[in-house]
Design a protein around this ligand. Structure first.
Ligand code: KIV
Ligand code: NA
Length: 276
């Protein structure tokens, strides 16, 4: 079916059709998710934790992001591919921010970028949009601010912090983002923001009223269990499937069951006899 684009995001909001998003970090997974017709694939900086084993996302570099964006964009045919801008890639200067966003497009092959924050990054967002690079905002629990928050916790529970998130959402919309990820905010705040905005919201731990949802694929498939937030639903238990398959392989190999004839190449006996 048809390619999912920035205009598809706007059309989905208008038609009240939910937008699906999943993370992808590599070619073969991206290809599978694309075949399943997910609307958009996010090369999230969560790859630092899920793919690289870091404790949080702060050590992820532009090089890491470009590397994984290349792989995912080669695997996606229909889905829109979005690349996360890593920590410090959009904080130093406007120029560096546009350059780095441009690298994800030009070298990474993605269609859009995502960055965290509201009023603090508005000038960067405007400049990147002016360079014709579509941007997604990200508010609420923004994991690159983990040291400021002092942990992974729900954001926007009192009037002051809820108002700040709402205002940031309006500012981002004005600056030209085409969607906003809302992470770990109360359901009714996400509902209010989704109603006030003309652009779609994509929720993660933000309840059912968002215009779309995103999950980390390895969480959804049950293959990353270092840390499972409340908002994750497991649609498969690939952990178990992978461990069981691995045990079966090791076992059959030790027992001499694998490789059997069907997985083996043959040579004529008379040829081999000459070599003995
Ligand atoms: O990095 C990521 O996976 C994300 C999503 C959780 C929104 O930013
Ligand atoms: Na991210």
């Amino acid at each position: 079916s048809k390619k999912f684009t920035v205009s598809s995001f706007q059309k989905a909001k208008k038609d009240k059709k939910k937008i699906s998003m999943l993370t992808a970090y590599d070619y073969s997974t991206a290809k599978l998710l694309d075949q399943a017709e997910v609307d958009s694939l996010l090369v999230g900086d969560s790859l630092g934790m899920v793919m690289l084993g870091y404790e949080n996302t702060l050590q992820v570099t532009m090089e890491d992001m470009v590397h994984h964006c290349k792989a995912v964009s080669r695997g996606a045919k229909r889905a829109m591919v979005i690349g996360d801008m890593p920590f410090l890639s959009y904080h130093i200067s406007i120029e560096e921010s546009v350059r780095n966003a441009g690298r994800l497009i030009q070298e990474g092959g993605v269609h859009a970028v995502k960055l965290e924050g509201g009023r603090d990054v508005i000038d960067q967002v405007s400049a990147i949009v002016k360079a014709q690079i579509p941007v997604i905002g990200h508010l609420g629990l923004t994991p690159q601010s983990i040291n400021m928050f002092g942990g992974f916790k729900v954001q926007g529970k009192n009037e002051e912090t809820a108002r700040k998130i709402l205002e940031d959402a309006m500012l981002l919309q004005e600056a030209g983002v085409f969607a906003i990820v809302l992470e770990c905010v109360p359901e009714k705040l996400a509902k209010l923001i989704s109603e006030k905005l003309d652009i779609p919201t994509i929720g993660i731990g933000a309840g059912k009223y968002c215009d779309g949802q995103v999950l980390v694929t390895q969480d959804m498939l049950g293959m990353y269990t270092d840390f499972t937030p409340k908002f994750v639903k497991q649609y498969a238990n690939l952990n178990e499937a992978i461990i069981d398959a691995t045990k079966a392989y090791v076992n059959e190999m030790e027992e001499g069951i694998f490789p059997s004839k069907e997985h083996t190449f043959q040579i004529d006996d008379e040829v081999i006899e000459k070599l003995y």
